[in-house]
Design a protein around this ligand. Structure first.
Ligand code: RP5
Ligand code: MG
Ligand code: MG
Length: 252
């Protein structure tokens, strides 16, 4: 996964705000690169305070790099470090913004991304949704709820965002999951102290089951459609890299 491009953009304001990131040059992304005067813009979206899915500011009560009650604070990739205030440090380096931003958790925020794919006229395609927040096309992923199995998140989010919340005859497709990635996501919401991680699972339909499933956008999705992988459309966060892994898995 390419590090810190989408979550280092100092040109555009941070999501739902007028806040801008401090510009972090390429050679200063790594924490090990000396920058003693580094002072990122500090921002935690006030609308997240008190939300059931959001942490409070009492970091001393949290068990980091561990399963903290039902909340998974373990990274898929590393044991992360902390800054002088005890805030988790983004393992991929500086983003120019400290605090939680709009994310709910200090440290890793766990998501799951279902890639439902098939061959159409000999070309590989997958189900994509248009995100309401940034307007970008994306895999219909979502956050893992506390205590939720990732396998359940994958089905739930696909149902909510791509099937309009309606249950469909997809059992056979769900039985077919192959994990293609687990780790960090270069998500535009990431900060120095809070970041997205995901598990990407491919559900490939080789039996034409999806031919009878009606796609319908719902929840955080404004629209939904099949996208050919060779169309090379630009996608949200690291999703193009996940599609590259999908192509590899299907020998393309
Ligand atoms: C991305 O954000 C993940 O890859 C996943 O697609 C998504 C989860 O967040 P929401 O869709 O719930 O905003 O980093
Ligand atoms: Mg969702
Ligand atoms: Mg989503």
């Amino acid at each position: 996964i390419k590090m810190h491009f989408k979550c280092r953009n100092a040109e555009i304001p941070y999501l739902n705000s007028t806040i801008k990131r401090l510009l972090v040059p390429d050679e200063k992304v790594n924490w090990s690169s000396e920058w003693s005067s580094y002072q990122a813009t500090d921002y935690t979206d006030p609308s997240t305070n008190g939300k059931p899915w959001a942490d409070n500011d009492d970091l001393s009560a949290m068990r980091f790099n561990a399963l903290d009650g039902a909340v998974n604070r373990k990274s898929h990739q590393v044991d992360y470090a902390f800054d002088v205030n005890g805030r988790p440090l983004n393992p991929m380096g500086r983003t120019g913004l400290s605090g939680r931003g709009i994310l709910g958790r200090w440290g890793p925020n766990h998501a799951a991304d279902p890639i439902v794919s098939r061959f159409k006229d000999g070309r590989l395609q997958f189900v994509a949704i248009k995100r309401k927040d940034t307007g970008e096309w994306a895999i219909p992923g979502g956050m893992v709820d506390p205590g939720e199995q990732v396998s359940a998140t994958l089905k739930r989010e696909f149902g909510e965002e791509a099937l309009g919340g309606k249950a469909a005859q997809m059992e056979k497709v769900w039985g077919n999951g192959k994990q293609i990635y687990a780790g960090y996501v270069d998500d535009p919401r990431n900060t120095d102290n809070a970041w997205m991680e995901t598990v990407v699972v491919n559900f490939h339909d080789s039996d034409g089951i999806m031919n009878d499933v009606k796609l319908e956008a719902g929840d955080d999705a404004a629209s939904v459609r099949w996208v050919f992988v060779d169309a090379n459309e630009s996608l949200y966060a690291s999703h193009q890299e996940f599609i590259n892994l999908l192509k590899k898995a299907h020998c393309i």
